[in-house]
Design a protein around this ligand. Structure first.
Ligand code: PXP
Length: 241
């Protein structure tokens, strides 16, 4: 089984937003990413709209022929936006206004009734709901218990480790993936993945999808988006064999 590559285009929006105009357009970047081999597009509509904006979401829904994975916080505002657009997938993430990026996974264990409500509403609307969590056995069990179809394992800790700790974190992620699959969950992974560190995560047999953004958009400055995505695709496929 090959691993699907979801390209996160938020940082194209970040660059556009820095000058307040229309360029570079994250929707055109999404179309280019698909042409370069992305299997899906991921975008995070944050409360402060620092990445994509509401009209980008509308345009992505119209422009894309591949699955759109909308990342969002579990708030009523985001729920009503997601229900209005009904993207293929919704990944619920923890969101703190002051953070630079999504730090850590959701506490599903501590928020089961609240998150179950979001999972049910979105699933009933036809969205495939994913919960962004740490590879913690209790969080995985709670995600299954509240009816999520998918978990996305947070690889941020893995991406920032060095030395012997890396192998231990890969083992923790792999064990989490096995546990999740045994509970019937589809397993995705993402955050902080690069050409240099994607291999061990792509090699985890249960991982069906990787969502990668910051590295690809940064690398595109040097090699172009198509080349960056092509190199990532090749690294993922090589690791999987
Ligand atoms: N998956 C989720 C749930 C995320 O929140 C992010 C960051 O927006 C990513 C994947 C992609 O992380 P990165 O930009 O570090 O590749």
């Amino acid at each position: 089984m090959t691993v699907r590559l979801g390209v996160n285009i938020d940082h194209v929006a970040t660059i556009r937003n820095a000058r307040g105009g229309d360029h570079p357009d994250p929707v055109l970047a999404a179309v280019a990413a698909v042409a370069a081999g992305a299997d899906g597009i991921t975008a995070h509509l944050r409360e402060d709209r620092r990445h994509i904006r509401d009209d980008d979401l509308q345009r992505l829904m119209t422009a894309l022929m591949v699955p759109l994975n909308l990342e969002m916080a579990a708030t009523e505002e985001m729920l009503s936006i997601a229900l209005a657009h009904a993207p293929h997938a919704v990944c619920i993430v923890p969101e703190k206004r002051a953070e630079r990026t999504t730090e850590g996974g959701l506490d599903v264990v501590g928020n089961q009734p609240g998150l179950r409500y979001f999972v049910e509403r979105l699933t009933t609307r036809g969205c495939r709901v994913s919960l962004f969590i740490e590879p913690d056995p209790e969080q995985i069990a709670a995600a299954a218990a509240i009816g999520a179809a998918v978990i996305e394992l947070h690889t941020g800790r893995y991406a920032h480790l060095a030395g012997g700790d890396v192998a231990a974190e890969v083992a923790r992620l792999a064990a989490g993936a096995v546990r999740a699959a045994a509970l019937g969950l589809e397993v995705h992974a993402g955050h902080g993945l690069t050409l240099a560190n994607v291999g061990p995560i792509a090699a985890i047999p249960e991982v069906a999808e990787l969502n990668i953004g910051h590295f690809l958009i940064g690398e595109a400055v040097f090699t172009g988006l198509a080349s960056a995505i092509g190199a990532m695709r090749a690294a993922i496929d090589a690791a999987r064999q």
